[in-house]
Design a protein around this ligand. Structure first.
Ligand SMILES: [Zn+2]
Length: 255
């Protein structure tokens, strides 16, 4: 047995283009050992390549973590972007406010769970962190990708996505609310007995410019039995106490 450092050194020298005999001399090991390490390393790299190429839950029937996916789908529809960056490779990126480090971590976790063969990276921008991952297959998982802004094109779920949302409605609602939604305090004034009385209560708002995405949000709230209404043409509001309590089971404040 040779120490790991010797094996690594030999592989580095091979990668520099030295022939096996030179590597063997420099490392003080047998020619056979160098040959074995070099071919073994190549085979491991090829296996890794093959695994990466066959990584897609849609194209290669790889298992999909549906709980993670339902949440990621919500995040993507709310506030995510897919761009083609180099030949055939897409970047999925989510922008998360720095005030909510928990959400940044959760976004990175679900991205990694949905596409385990791609690494997830983070980049700080002013006030927010971009969480991103590259794969040829992000478009298979998010066929809603298309040119232009989401509210300017039709957004409809495919049957397989709809099934996942129906299986994990709370996770999907959580994703939507954690991207374009917010849970805050509403203050209202009531006038009686000759004076003003202020009341505060928690409520959820989900704002989006896409009518289709608002409808998807409404549908999943119906599935969860959460009462909602449009408070503006582009905003869904969940304000009744029972409805807020029900949604709290799945979403809760940003963190
Ligand atoms: Zn694919």
């Amino acid at each position: 047995m040779h120490p790991r450092e010797t094996v690594d050194r030999a592989l580095r020298l091979s990668a520099l283009g030295l022939i096996d005999r030179q590597v063997a001399e420099l490392c003080g090991v047998s020619l056979g050992a160098v040959q074995k390490w070099r071919t073994g390393a190549r085979r491991a790299n090829e296996d890794e390549d093959r695994r990466r190429r066959r990584s897609c839950p849609r194209c290669h029937e790889q298992p999909l973590d549906e709980t993670a996916y339902a949440y990621l789908l919500g995040l993507y529809l709310g506030d995510g972007h897919i761009v083609l960056c180099r030949k055939g490779v897409y970047q999925l990126s989510l922008s998360c406010g720095d005030n909510w480090p928990g959400l940044i971590a959760e976004a990175a976790d679900v991205m990694a769970a949905v596409m385990p063969t791609s690494s997830v990276s983070r980049r700080r921008k002013n006030g927010c962190t971009e969480v991103k991952s590259h794969s040829k297959h992000w478009v298979c998982l998010f066929p809603q990708h298309g040119p232009g802004r989401k509210h300017l094109r039709k957004i409809a779920l495919e049957d397989w996505q709809r099934k996942i949302v129906e299986m994990h409605p709370g996770r999907f609602a959580r994703g939507l609310m954690h991207s374009d939604g917010y849970r805050g305090t509403n203050r209202v004034r009531r006038h009686f007995n000759g004076s003003d009385h202020w009341y505060e209560y928690p409520r959820y708002l989900f704002g989006n410019e896409s009518k289709d995405i608002l409808e998807l949000c409404g549908e999943v709230l119906d599935l969860l039995g959460v009462e909602w209404r449009y408070s503006r043409y582009n905003t869904i509001s969940v304000a009744r106490r029972g409805a807020v309590e029900r949604l709290d089971e799945f979403v809760g404040p940003k963190y």
